[in-house]
Design a protein. Structure first.
Length: 640
C-alpha cells in the first residue's frame, strides 16, 4: 500500500473518526431522553450533589438497581465541567473510544496486521448499534470495553505458552472487577464462561484445571476483590435490611428461602431482606428468569434478538457469515481436532466463542435490543481479520482469489440491498407530505403504546405522514445506501478491496449522521426538555411539580430543572419502586384523593402528563406548556 498503516496511524484515524461521530455535535444534541437516558444522568447529578459515592439516589429515593461505575464517571464529569448534557455524555463517549482502541490492538496483534486492527476498530466505531446506544446513557458499551479487555488479557496469556506472565492475569481480574461495577454479574459470567468453554474444547477437563492454575488465579482474584469488593460491601452496609419489605408472594413457592411473602403495596418490616436480596436476586436472577418485580419491561422475541445483530453491524454484517465460517467449527465436535489447532485457529475459536456467548446466554432470558452489544467487538474483530485476508490475497495477485471472489459476491448483495433500501427512502421522500413550518411531530405519529417499553419501540409509530419531517435524514441515508454500496462493489470488482472498504466506511459514517439527525427530529416526542425550559425561569422553590405516571416517563424534566423532590401521581413502580419503601424515602407519592386536595390549595402546582390523560381535578386547569404529546398543567394562570 502507498500509505502504510501503523499502530500510531490507526489510533490517529480512530480518534479523528471518534471526534467527528462521538465527541462533537453528538454531545450536544439531541437532548436527554425520558427514560433510562435522563434517569441515569439524574442519578449522577444527585450523587454529585449528595457527595455520596456508595448509594445512588433518583428523585431523593435510593436507586439500587444498577452498578455504580457509569454514575461515578458522570458525577466526576459534572463536578469538573458543571451539570449539563455535555458533562453527562462525555464519559460514555470516552469509554467508547477506549473500546475502539482496545479492539484495534487486539485485532492487530491477533492477526499480525495493522490493517486488520484498523478494519476491526473502524467497523466497530461505525457500527449502527454501538453508535445509537451511545446516544443513550446506558452502561452496555462500557460492558463491551471491559469484556474485550478481559479476553484480550487472556489471549495474551495463551500466546505466552506454558508459563504466562502475572501481569495479564492481574489485568484480567481488574477488567472483570470493573465490569461487575459496570453492570453486575455478567461482568464475570461472560468472560469466565467463554474461557472455560474454550479451555475445555482445547485441553479437556484435566488440562483446563492445570491451565487455569498456571494463569495466576490468586493474583487475578486479589485484583478483582481489591477493585470490585469495596463498593459491594459499602452499599450493603449503607442499605440495611431494617425497615424494608422483601419478597414477592407470587414467587414464594419457587424460591422459599429468599421470600418471606408480602403483598405488593402492603409492606411488612422486621425479618426481611435488603440490598443483597434486591440487587443479586431481583435484578440479576429474577430479571434473567422473567420474574423480576416490578415487571416494567418487555422482552424482544428470540428471532428478532438474533436478527438485530445484523442490523447493529450493518453494512459489515454482510461479511459476518464468511468471517464466522472461517472459525474451526470442527473443534466443537471433535476433541482431537480442538487439541490439534494451531495458534491462529485457537484465536479464531476464542473469538467465536466470545462473540456467541452473549447471544446464547440472553437467548434464555428476558432480552432487550442492546443485550446484543457485548457480542459486537468480537464479531468486529473476526470480520476485520477476514476482510484483511481478502485484501491481502487480492493484492498479492492470487488468481483466482477465493476470498476476493467471495468479497465480490458479498459486495453485489450489498448493492442489491442498498439499492432496495434507498428506493424505500426515495418512496417516502416522494409520498410524505411537507410538514408546516411549526409542527408537533407527536400529532403526526401512529400510536403504538404496546412497543414503548423497548428503547426503540417508538420507531414503530412512524407513518408516511410523520416521515415528512425526516426529509433531510432520508435524503442523506438514500445517497449513502446507494452510492456507497455501488462504488464499493465497483472497486471490489476491479480488485481494489481495501479502497472498497474505505468507501463503505465513509458511506456508513454518512448513514450514522442521518440516523443522528433522525433521532434529533424525534427528540421532542422522546424528551421533555422543551417543557422544562418553558417553565424553568418562572419556577419557584416552593412550587410543586408532579408527574402523572411513572417517574421515567418525564425524567428529563427532572434533570433539566435540577429537581429531586418531584411528586409521583399513580406511578409507584419501575425504578423508584424498591427504594420508595425505605423508611427514609420522602413522601412524594400522590393518589387521586391527595391530588384533589392539593389542587385547590394555595401552593402552585405543575403537573406533567401525556396529552389527554390527565385525571379529573376540581377547579380550573391551565395549560402552561405543551408539545411532543405531553403537557404541563397548572392550577394557576398567573406567572410570578
Amino acid at each position: 500500500m502507498a500509505y502504510e498503516l501503523t499502530p500510531s496511524r490507526n489510533r490517529k484515524i480512530l480518534i479523528a473518526l471518534w471526534l467527528f461521530l462521538y465527541a462533537s455535535f453528538t454531545l450536544i444534541v439531541p437532548p436527554l431522553l425520558d427514560g433510562a437516558d435522563s434517569v441515569n444522568a439524574e442519578v449522577a447529578r444527585e450523587m454529585m450533589q449528595r457527595v455520596d459515592l456508595v448509594t445512588p439516589y433518583a428523585n431523593g429515593i435510593r436507586y439500587l438497581e444498577k452498578a455504580p461505575l457509569l454514575y461515578w464517571s458522570m458525577a466526576a464529569s459534572m463536578k469538573l465541567f458543571g451539570v449539563g448534557i455535555i458533562a453527562a455524555r462525555l464519559p460514555l463517549a470516552l469509554f467508547a473510544l477506549a473500546m475502539f482502541l482496545v479492539a484495534e490492538s487486539f485485532a492487530r496483534r491477533a492477526f499480525r496486521s495493522a490493517r486488520a486492527g484498523l478494519y476491526a476498530s473502524m467497523l466497530l466505531l461505525l457500527s449502527f448499534g454501538i453508535f445509537i446506544f451511545t446516544r443513550i446513557l446506558i452502561p452496555d458499551v462500557i460492558v463491551c470495553l471491559w469484556l474485550t479487555a478481559s479476553l484480550y488479557c487472556f489471549w495474551i496469556t495463551e500466546q505466552q505458552g506454558e508459563h504466562p506472565w502475572r501481569l495479564p492475569a492481574i489485568g484480567f481480574g481488574a477488567a472483570c472487577a470493573l465490569n461487575i461495577l459496570t453492570k453486575g454479574l455478567i461482568g464475570v459470567v461472560l468472560p469466565i464462561g467463554t474461557i472455560v468453554l474454550y479451555l475445555l474444547l482445547t485441553r479437556g477437563f484435566a488440562g483446563t484445571l492445570r491451565r487455569m492454575w498456571k494463569l495466576h488465579p490468586i493474583s487475578a482474584l486479589v485484583a478483582f476483590l481489591l477493585i470490585g469488593a469495596p463498593w459491594h460491601v459499602a452499599v450493603d452496609h449503607a442499605n440495611p435490611t431494617e425497615g424494608h419489605p422483601a419478597g414477592l408472594t407470587h414467587a414464594g413457592h419457587i424460591f422459599p428461602l429468599f421470600w418471606k411473602g408480602w403483598q405488593v403495596g402492603q409492606p411488612t418490616y422486621g425479618n426481611v431482606h435488603g440490598w443483597t436480596w434486591f440487587y443479586f436476586m431481583n435484578e440479576h436472577l429474577l430479571r434473567y428468569l422473567n420474574l423480576r418485580m416490578p415487571r416494567d419491561y418487555d422482552t424482544v422475541p428470540l428471532l428478532l434478538f438474533w436478527a438485530l445483530l445484523l442490523v447493529w453491524m450493518m453494512p459489515w454484517s454482510a461479511f459476518l457469515f464468511k468471517a464466522v465460517g472461517a472459525a474451526p467449527w470442527r473443534a466443537f465436535r471433535s476433541r482431537s481436532v480442538a487439541a490439534s489447532l494451531n495458534n491462529d485457529q485457537k484465536t479464531l475459536l476464542l473469538l467465536t466463542i466470545a462473540a456467541l456467548s452473549p447471544l446464547v446466554l440472553f437467548s434464555f432470558s428476558t432480552r432487550q435490543e442492546y443485550y446484543v452489544l457485548p457480542s459486537l467487538p468480537f464479531f468486529a474483530i473476526l470480520i476485520g481479520g477476514w476482510i484483511d485476508r481478502e485484501a491481502t490475497e487480492v493484492e498479492d495477485g492470487v488468481i483466482p482469489s477465493p476470498l476476493g471472489q467471495s468479497g465480490q459476491r458479498i459486495a453485489a448483495v450489498l448493492v442489491a440491498l442498498g439499492t432496495l433500501a434507498s428506493l424505500v427512502c426515495v418512496f417516502f421522500l416522494f409520498h410524505a407530505k411537507e410538514p408546516p413550518p411549526t409542527f408537533d411531530l407527536a400529532t403526526m405519529l401512529r400510536q403504538n403504546r404496546g412497543g414503548h417499553a423497548s428503547l426503540l419501540g417508538h420507531v414503530l409509530d412512524l407513518n408516511t405522514t410523520a416521515l415528512g419531517a425526516f426529509r433531510d435524514p432520508l435524503t442523506l441515508a438514500a445517497i449513502a445506501l446507494f452510492m456507497g454500496t455501488l462504488v464499493a462493489w465497483w472497486l471490489r470488482k476491479n480488485y481494489r478491496p481495501h479502497h472498497a472498504n474505505i468507501v463503505l466506511g465513509i458511506a456508513t459514517a454518512m448513514f450514522l449522521v442521518a440516523a443522528h439527525k433522525g433521532l434529533q427530529t424525534f427528540a421532542p416526542v422522546l424528551s421533555s426538555e422543551r417543557l422544562a425550559l418553558t417553565i424553568k425561569e418562572d419556577l419557584r422553590p416552593d412550587d410543586l411539580i408532579v408527574f402523572n405516571g411513572k417517574y421515567e416517563s418525564a425524567s428529563s424534566l427532572a434533570f433539566y430543572l435540577h429537581r429531586d423532590n418531584i411528586h409521583i401521581w399513580n406511578g409507584r413502580s419501575s425504578s423508584l419502586w424498591y427504594g420508595s419503601f425505605f423508611t427514609d424515602a420522602p413522601d412524594i407519592f400522590e393518589t387521586d384523593a391527595s391530588m384533589r386536595l392539593r389542587w385547590t390549595g394555595v401552593q402552585r402546582i405543575f403537573v406533567w402528563t401525556e396529552t389527554g390523560k390527565l385525571p379529573v381535578l376540581p377547579g380550573r386547569t391551565y395549560i402552561v406548556a405543551e408539545g411532543g404529546g405531553k403537557q404541563i398543567i397548572s392550577n394557576r394562570d398567573t406567572i410570578y
